[in-house]
Design a protein around this ligand. Structure first.
Ligand code: SFD
Ligand code: AMP
Length: 627
């Protein structure tokens, strides 16, 4: 076995991940931990200042309810999420986040985030729930607050350590193991409670950007399903694993569309000029009641565009120039004011991308796109797993203590594995939390986890013999490389190992062709899922044959292994749900209709840690009384 030092870290609370929800958890937990003399440790695979989905910054805060000013209520937010997810949402969780998210946004502002204000000093809204920000340094600001809180409480932040597996004592999570991506160090974290918040999963499906564009995606390619893997491997129940997210984005550089649709009031059109949201309105009848709600659910918006594409009406375009001209038109009688407004709109258009998807601005420049003069191509992306945006996959977590929810087993956001909490992209069925809601949910879980430790926390019992076995398994790819890489002239062609990139392509091919990826027009069926699972079984056998030439490739190996668990949970859940509920995300071609009578329920799944068998379950939908 590779001769790596074992570093043991003892802590009370372990936060795995350093993204938006982790920063929320750290800020809140450190506050309570300081009062109780407890230690909080946060571990991130990257550097906290620029890790996770918000690494590049963002141009909007997508969840702000505005309760203080009477703009909306938390109940309004429940209605929005319920419809947008075609009836499938954990209303207790959505409510809990919605009632706390505004205070999180106010904290962001206090910490230095610039939120746009109008002349009357009110926040500038992009849409009903979204606020415009100058957000290039969004993550740096939020990370700074988390760092300060942990430092003030005497906690620890460990960067560039990749968390692999949970440590379990029966059904209780007692820590985690991982490895440094820079040094020859294997880490063992022993904890009384653990929060799993390592983002969603990207590159499970083959991306549109392959070859020279490989690595480009809308969601960050470095989020590889670690949250899902961690909670699945802990034996926790998972939910909505079939609910992937496919966003429509500016094509090839994945620039977000929200500001265009909501702030600039732009239309999207087909190549022949038809506005698919208008032309195809009748299709929405087939998906009622959700199809008739405003705003039309994200998957249905996608679906109408996809119908155009399928019928040869692509490419689709965002009518940027028309939108800009429409806004500036109010100044048409004053040439000076018109020119000024046009300049302002032009810079807002570029800033939207420079704040969060810089490559889109670069692509615009490369393709001579002037948004005020020329429309720009958009397309549906490859599927992602993101419980915090308009997807819903994640762990099944306990609801808030003060609500009459049936899904409650003690502590808010605790999974069905004791002492293991999940938030952000890691917790399921509570969509539309975005950056602010993820942070708020992190705060909720941070506080609950400290409460758990105070009331029930016991010294973690860690079986060090098991840890040694895990260490050998996790470092095996380095051994394979060392032993066999000199046997061939091309180190990437070897009968004793495959390199992580080859394994990743195989996984992506299975998902793309059998689970409804881009190549299959997002369509799948029972037979395709079954064949996909068969091939996945063979791929899993080869997972022990990945070789790694250095720390970086060792991380790639484990990212791949984690993606496989997310992929399998997805295939099994799509297979289990015998209907099509989210056209535009995926289409069960053999069950092309929504079936509320049998399938208006959550689909949950659970891996038996001892037998390796998956259990599939239906769970009832609970609606908030009076909402
Ligand atoms: O418009 C390990 N999001 C947007 N949210 C908004 O509020 N406004 C926007 O404008 C947004 N847009 C947007 C968004 C995301 C992206 C990528 C773009 C545009 C281009 C969504 C939010 O960003 C998202 O909801 C939250 O960030 C989710 O928070 P969280 O904590 O669940 O995930 P994370 O922030 O990605 O952090 C993950 C962390 O885990 C670490 N990690 N650490 C240790 N071991 C491992 N094995 C690990 N694996 C991962 C990561 O390093 C990171 O720290 S718009 O398009 O919608
Ligand atoms: P996006 O850039 O697509 O991630 O969108 C940012 C925010 O705007 C999210 O809250 C989306 O749900 C919302 N959004 C995007 N497009 C639309 C639309 N056409 N109608 C209503 N809401 C939208």
């Amino acid at each position: 076995m590779a001769n790596w030092e074992t570093v043991v870290v003892n802590t009370d609370l372990l936060i795995c991940g350093g993204g938006f929800s982790a920063c929320g958890a750290a800020t809140e937990a450190a506050y309570w931990a300081k009062k109780k003399g407890l230690k909080v440790t946060l571990v991130d695979k990257a550097a906290l200042d620029r890790s996770g989905a918000v690494a590049m910054g963002l141009s909007a805060i997508n969840q702000y309810v505005g309760i203080k000013d009477g703009e909306n209520t938390a109940e309004d937010y429940i209605r929005y999420v319920r419809s947008d997810l075609m009836g499938i949402s954990r209303e207790d969780l959505v409510y809990n986040i919605a009632r706390h998210v505004d205070s999180t946004v106010h904290l962001f502002e206090k910490w230095g985030l610039k939120i746009w204000k109008d002349e009357a000093g009110k926040y500038v809204h992009e849409g009903r729930w979204q606020l415009m920000i100058n957000g290039e340094s969004y993550k740096v600001i939020i990370a700074e607050a988390a760092k300060n809180a942990i430092a003030a409480a005497g906690g620890e932040i460990i960067e560039r350590v990749f968390i692999v597996d949970p440590l379990m004592d029966g059904n209780k999570c007692v820590g985690a193991v991982g490895f440094s991506t820079r040094e020859n160090k294997f880490y063992v974290f022993k904890a009384k409670a653990v929060i799993a918040t390592m983002g969603g999963a990207v590159h499970v499906f083959r991306p549109r950007s392959v070859g020279e564009g490989f690595g480009r995606s809308w969601y960050p390619p470095f989020n590889s399903g670690s949250s899902a893997y961690f909670t699945i491997k802990a034996g926790a129940e998972m939910t909505c694993q079939e609910v992937r997210f496919i966003p429509v984005r500016f094509k090839d550089a994945y620039g977000p569309v929200g500001a265009w649709f909501l702030l600039f009031k732009s239309r999207a059109i087909s190549a022949t000029g038809g506005d698919y949201m208008v032309v195809r309105k009748a299709e929405l009848e087939n998906w009622k009641p959700y199809g008739l709600v405003k705003p039309i659910p994200a998957n249905l918006r996608n679906y109408l565009g996809m119908l155009d594409t399928e019928q040869g009406l692509g490419p689709l375009y965002m009518e940027t120039s028309e939108a800009i001209q429409n806004i500036a038109a109010q100044f048409k009688d004053d040439p000076k004011a018109f020119k000024k407004k046009m300049k302002e709109l032009e810079s807002e258009a570029w800033e939207d991308f420079l704040d969060m998807t810089i490559s889109q601005a670069i692509l615009w420049a490369a393709q001579n796109v002037k948004p005020e003069e020329k429309h720009s191509e958009i397309a549906a992306c490859e599927p992602y797993f993101i419980g915090s945006h308009s997807g819903a996959s994640g762990a099944w977590v306990s609801g808030p203590e003060d609500l009459p929810t049936p899904y409650k087993w003690g502590y808010a956001n605790m999974t069905t594995a004791e002492a293991l909490f999940a938030v952000g992209d890691g917790s399921g069925a509570s969509s539309h939390k975005f950056s602010s809601g993820s942070h708020a949910e992190g705060r909720i879980a941070g506080k609950a986890a400290i409460k758990y430790i105070v009331e029930k926390g016991a010294e973690p019992k860690v079986d060090m013999a098991e840890v040694e076995k895990l260490k050998a398994k996790i470092l095996l790819p380095l051994d394979l490389w060392d032993k066999h890489s000199k046997e061939t002239t091309d180190v990437e062609v070897n009968t004793n190992y495959i390199v992580p990139r080859q394994f990743l392509h195989r996984l992506q091919k299975i998902m793309d062709e059998y689970a409804g990826g881009v190549i299959s027009g997002f369509k799948t069926s029972k037979s395709l899922c079954e064949r996909g699972l068969e091939l996945m079984g063979l791929l899993k056998q080869d997972s022990e044959k990945m070789g790694a030439r250095n720390h970086h490739e060792l991380m790639r190996v484990w990212e791949n292994n984690q993606r496989v668990y997310q992929a399998e949970a997805h295939l099994r859940s799509i297979l289990f749900r015998e209907e099509t509920r989210w056209p535009g995300y995926y289409f069960r071609a053999d069950k092309p209709k929504m079936d509320d009578a049998n399938w208006k329920c959550f689909v949950n799944c659970q891996l038996d840690r001892k037998t390796g068998e998956w259990k599939m379950m239906k769970k009832d939908i609970w609606t908030m009384p009076g909402v």
